[in-house]
Write a new protein. Structure first.
Lengths: 503, 557
């Protein structure tokens, strides 16, 4: 089947025709034969390749040119030839005198003897004595060496392509290349163009349909109005415009926020750098708890006086609770230490402590940190989604209800709950959700009711239901990726390619 | 989270009437995760608040309750034998004051049991023992020990053959040459006072928390076990001895008390298996769960969680909690046990009315609007991490770090990646440098937090825009800046030639001024920065501090 000839640009047609004639052709030859510039040919070739009409093969072609000594050899003969000539002229002169005669450059004579004797066999050793004066001219001296043949070829041309060489000459180039400054080997990339089967059919139609094109042009008003324009290829693929767009995580965050808003939740945000007091102590994570250790939490140099960010009563209450539950006395210095928050809950808790709401529904989506190695499945910086409800008599079934409703709005229908443990909630649950797309149950958000040890020091009256989890895991499901690092790789092509609407 | 590898044979023997499938599918409902399964074993992950799950029999015990096969508090008979006694001395009180112990005998050991006991010991050591700091456990061959024992402090010259060694070593040699010695020597506060447990023949039984004696090592021929727990927290030591006592009883060992005689003349019996009472009102339980359970249902659920439920009042549920659990101390803990005993899957979710309305934070509203404007200008959003390297942030940008204003991370796992970004530009340049094979123009932006120490505001929102293509220059980026400020805030911008700075080319950068206030900088990226990022097309960029816009935006009419 041929490509629609009418949809080809005149340049494309010309190229097709020429390639069709020659079978395969280089860009340079195309330019010569068509009268088009190299750039025009290149662009035409690119388009034809895109339309799958031509094949492009890139090869290296090798050329030889004479170098300094090679040019000198062309004029005066190769040193080994000059050597045998000299010996023939004055058989008794001896090597020592030859060396002094300045007919040879310093390093030439030794090589000349070796080549003349060992390689070309122009000289024979007259006796077992290796004295060089004992070298005699042999019969073979009349034979032209491969190197001489190659040098000779340059008498008429500047440059010889490797493909033009006979085997004998090839051997000559190999030998000459090994000798310094005789021959230059030049490699150049050559682009050869040939036709695909469709291209061949199309090329045949191009030659046959030159008149048909004129017919078509007459019936096309656009080209009639603008005779300088060629017929437009309405089917041709074109370059995709580069989009401006938001990051896929931004889009998912917007959706999550929308869900919370639809359920009547209010957004809060807060600092990424937190004191250990709000990140741990106020959330009843004892000072010797493993979660506080260096291998889980990023500690920053410097401290912040807790008194600046918590009132005296809050500090005293937290201290009391800790002292009641730990062997070690609560240390305010430890609470002053700065951390990159390990969850968004310190922000939520401070909000509840500051505003003392009787009823509230709040949420946040913010970056949290874990001092972990970044792997296919783990990041050290990621987004946490958190939802909080407080009201009189808030119950576990309510918590399950909010969580289920949240999931339903994400399109997750099947949810089940299992008991688990978190330091600052009791009872604590984890949720398992069934993801239809991958036919699997996955563990998603964790949840629970804030422990009294958390609420009482902050004078929070009513039970606080809390749930939360990572955003990136949802993003992976949404986008169908299995390496979490992709989300922060900032690969521009990937970012451009992710559809805004996942169908 | 800790993992225990339970042989499927133990589950099959313990639950002869249930299918293995049923048993395994019940595990999550008592708070256990199935981590993996082989032909012979199941790997079960448990939460750190349940050290009793370090033993197969702890899991079996809980599961029997949950399945209704054996409910209520397990009964353990602990026997007495006057011979089993440990005398403590005053000398040890200031270094590792507490010791608890128990004896289990009259049953042969086998390698499976020994493996479980040692696995338990390791899990407990890393978990509740806080890597042997809070407490440490020694398991010994009872037949090798001559009671009474003495727990006291010794000097470094004392010597014995430790486990995993073939020669007699002094305490100092153990601390300096053995791996366990080097690993845990920091737990011993004083240089020449070490806790030591000796038997009547002055044979060293154990050098806690470092190593046991080789002489008392458990083997398949042992017919009795001596367990000792030493530490700085008596509650943890009590808990561990109760966990071992329960497990060994479940294994049909005859378990004996060990009398601990303190230096002040008092004495206690270990292990202490007397259950502790805890009560909650039925109303409170129902309110927290959102249920309307009858008293009987609640009592049954508590019993399924292996709590004792005598003394049933009209309004109040009074339970007794077995001593191998220390995670049930408050009403809320008890409520969770009732929830688990009842079966969570039986609770249906409810969605209550809460009389509040929802709203976005104005900050996030503004940031979204800013992004919308930038996207309208054809820009692509990127997202970088907050923790960066000094090299990327400063050196690659030809900048000197101002140490006093940088937030440093004290304990980064990746060497070099240890400061918080204080501007976004280096990250955008880095992104362009990593995308040299993508098509141009690459017009990108990031909105994110940057961090500066010492100022009034440590966390600020910045916006950075960068354009990279063959004709990117000062004019093209200023045109984008101008459009952005006009479209986003209706503001005009003035650019004032700025002093030379490493990231921008000489004479090609300016300060950005909006309403008389400098909010950022704009310019063409310098050649040396381009070289260090291997970028071959020109890049122009601007970065502004969004604080003043965030401050004045109200989002109201």
């Amino acid at each position: 089947m041929a490509y629609k000839v009418t949809a080809l640009h005149p340049i494309e047609k010309k190229i097709l025709e020429l390639v069709g004639n020659d079978g395969s052709i280089t860009i340079e030859t195309l330019s010569d034969k068509s009268g088009l510039t190299i750039d025009q040919v290149r662009r035409g070739v690119e388009r034809l390749k895109f339309k799958k009409l031509i094949l492009i093969s890139q090869d290296f072609s090798v050329f030889f040119e004479l170098d300094d000594r090679g040019r000198s050899a062309l004029a005066h003969g190769l040193p080994e030839r000059r050597l045998v000539n000299a010996i023939q002229l004055e058989p008794d002169k001896g090597m020592a005198l030859l060396a002094k005669s300045r007919a040879f450059e310093k390093d030439e004579l030794g090589a000349a003897i070796r080549i003349a004797r060992d390689q070309n066999h122009w000289l024979l050793q007259a006796s077992s004595n290796t004295n060089k004066a004992n070298l005699k001219i042999s019969q073979a001296v009349t034979e032209i060496s491969p190197e001489e043949r190659v040098i000779e070829r340059f008498r008429s041309v500047q440059r010889i392509s490797e493909t033009e060489l006979s085997d004998f000459e090839k051997k000559g180039t190999e030998l000459l290349i090994r000798r310094p400054n005789y021959l230059k080997k030049i490699q150049r990339q050559v682009v050869t163009i040939s036709l695909t089967p469709i291209g061949q059919a199309t090329a045949a139609e191009v030659s046959a349909s030159k008149s048909a094109h004129t017919e078509f042009a007459k019936s096309n008003t656009r080209t009639k109005d603008r005779p300088d324009r060629f017929v437009l290829d309405l089917e041709a693929a074109v370059k995709t415009a580069l989009p401006g767009k938001t990051h896929p995580l931004t889009d998912l965050i917007a959706e999550i926020k929308e869900i919370f808003l639809s359920l009547g939740f209010t957004e809060i945000d807060g600092d990424i750098i937190q004191t250990s007091f709000w990140n741990f102590d106020a959330l009843f994570t004892l000072q010797d708890h493993p979660a506080r250790e260096m291998h889980d939490t990023y500690y920053l140099s410097g401290v912040k006086n807790v008194a600046e960010i918590a009132n005296e009563e809050q500090i005293a209450n937290v201290s009391e609770i800790h002292n009641k539950n730990s062997m070690n006395a609560w240390d305010i210095q430890e609470a002053n230490r700065l951390v990159l928050r390990t969850h968004t809950t310190p922000v939520t808790l401070k909000y509840l402590a500051d505003t003392q709401p009787n009823e509230a529904k709040i949420f946040s989506v913010g970056t949290v940190f874990r001092n972990e190695k970044v792997t296919k499945g783990h990041l050290s910086e990621f987004f946490q989604i958190e939802g909080i409800v407080t009201k009189p008599d808030a119950s576990i079934r309510d918590l399950m209800g909010f969580q289920s409703e949240f999931y339903h709005k994400l399109g997750i229908q099947k949810v089940k709950f299992w008991p688990t443990f978190f330091p600052y909630t009791e009872p604590s649950l984890q949720s398992m959700v069934y993801i239809e797309k991958i036919d699997k149950w996955l563990e998603l958000f964790g949840m629970g009711i804030f422990r009294d040890e958390v609420t009482i020091p902050m004078k929070i009256r009513n039970p606080v239901l809390a749930w939360g989890g990572g955003l990136e895991r949802l993003a992976m499901l949404r986008l169908g990726i299995d390496d979490i690092r992709t989300l922060y790789s900032n690969k521009i092509e990937w970012l451009r390619s992710v559809p805004k609407c996942q169908l | 989270m800790p993992v225990v590898e339970v042989p499927l044979s133990v589950l099959a023997e313990s639950f002869p009437t249930n299918s293995l499938e049923d048993i395994i599918s019940s595990l999550p409902f008592i708070g256990l995760d199935i981590e993996g399964k082989t032909k012979k074993h199941i790997r079960i992950e448990y939460n750190p608040n349940r050290p009793d799950f370090s033993s197969y029999y702890g899991i079996v015990r809980a599961l029997k309750g949950y399945l209704g096969l054996e409910t209520g508090i397990p009964k353990y008979e602990i026997n007495n034998d006057k011979r089993f006694k440990i005398q403590t001395t005053k000398s040890v009180k200031s270094i590792r004051p507490y010791i608890r112990a128990l004896v289990a005998k009259d049953r042969a050991l086998d390698s499976d049991i020994i493996k479980m006991l040692i696995d338990m010991q390791e899990d407990l050591h890393t978990g509740i023992c806080n890597r042997r700091k809070t407490a440490s456990i020694g398991l010994h061959n009872l037949e090798r020990i001559r009671f009474p024992l003495c727990y006291s402090a010794a000097g470094s010259e004392v010597s014995f053959i430790p486990l995993d060694s073939s020669q007699t070593l002094s305490l100092n040699e153990i601390l300096n040459s053995m791996d366990v010695g080097k690993k845990y020597s920091n737990l011993l506060g004083r240089p020449n006072e070490f806790p030591i447990l000796l038997d009547i023949k002055k044979q060293v039984v154990s050098f806690p928390p470092i190593v046991n004696s080789k002489f008392t090592m458990l083997d398949n021929l042992s017919r009795g076990i001596f367990v000792e727990v030493t530490g700085i927290d008596p509650k943890v030591a009590d808990l561990i001895s109760a966990i071992y006592a329960a497990t060994l009883s479940d294994l049909n060992f005859k378990v004996y008390h060990v009398t601990i005689s303190e230096n002040d003349g008092s004495s206690t019996k270990s292990p202490d298996m007397r259950p502790l009472p805890l009560s909650a009102s039925f109303t409170e339980i129902n309110r927290c769960l959102g249920t309307e359970f009858s008293r009987e249902e609640i009592v049954r659920a508590a019993a399924r969680s292996r709590l004792g439920t005598k003394n049933l009042g009209r309004r109040t549920l009074t339970c007794v909690v077995p001593r191998y659990r220390n995670d049930i101390r408050q009403v809320r803990d008890l409520i969770e046990e009732v929830m688990i005993g009842f079966g969570i899957f039986k609770l249906s979710p409810t969605l209550p009315m809460v009389n509040v309305t929802g709203s976005r934070s104005t900050k996030s509203v503004l940031i979204d609007k800013i992004k919308e404007v930038l996207v309208g200008l054809g820009l692509l959003e990127i997202r970088n991490v907050v923790i960066v390297s000094r090299f990327l942030q400063f050196e690659s940008m030809g900048l000197e770090a101002d140490e006093s204003s940088i937030f440093k991370i004290e304990n980064s796992l990746i060497s070099g990646q240890d400061i918080l970004r204080n501007s976004l530009l280096p990250l955008l340049v880095d992104t362009i440098g990593h995308n040299v094979h993508s098509s141009y123009p690459q017009n990108i932006f990031e909105v994110g937090k940057v961090f500066t120490r010492g100022g009034t505001e440590t966390e600020k929102w910045h916006l950075c825009v960068a354009v990279a293509y063959n004709r990117a220059d000062y004019t093209s980026i200023k045109s984008i800046l101008q459009a952005f400020l006009k479209v986003a805030f209706g503001k005009d911008v003035t650019t004032i030639p700025s002093s030379q700075s490493g990231e921008y080319a000489n004479g090609r950068s300016a300060d950005i001024m909006v309403e008389g206030k400098i909010v950022g900088r704009i310019g063409e990226i310098s050649d040396s920065v381009m070289q260090s990022h291997r970028i071959r097309v020109p890049v122009a960029a601007y970065e502004i501090d969004l604080s003043s816009f965030l401050f004045s935006f109200r989002g109201s009419i």
